[in-house]
Design a protein around this ligand. Structure first.
Ligand SMILES: [Zn+2]
Length: 121
């Protein structure tokens, strides 16, 4: 069996400053203006699941052990439709990057200059 070549042909991951558990505002679509927490990010597709946002209804057929019915769950939203909320400005803001003296890369709010750390929870 040949070893698969790694690298260039692999699907490029989307670059984003957004992280799981960030608070974001949805800036386009039917939930425009809604604020929620990022539950998961799919970097390959460039989409994220945001808590209580972009809810779609799925009709489930009744089967063994399940009753069926309608299940509501959040559908992925394109990352370009999300904006990070600065904890200090409490507004959706543009994000810049900064490299600290110790080499650590951080996100900064372009409005107030505050460093926005990824949420731990
Ligand atoms: Zn700010």
């Amino acid at each position: 069996m040949m070893a698969r070549k790694r690298g260039k042909k692999k699907l490029e991951k989307v670059r984003t400053y957004l992280r799981k558990n960030d608070r974001v505002m949805i800036i386009a679509g039917k939930d425009k203006g809604k604020v929620g927490k990022i539950l998961s990010i799919d970097r390959k597709k460039g989409r994220a699941i945001v808590e209580d946002a972009n809810i779609v209804k799925r009709h489930l057929k009744p089967g063994p052990g399940t009753q069926g019915g309608i299940v509501e769950k959040p559908a992925p939203i394109h990352l370009s439709n999300l904006m990070l909320i600065c904890p200090k400005c409490t507004d959706p803001v543009r994000i810049g990057r900064k490299i600290l003296e110790d080499g650590k890369k951080v996100r900064v709010c372009k409005k107030c200059g505050e460093i926005i750390e990824p949420a731990s929870k």
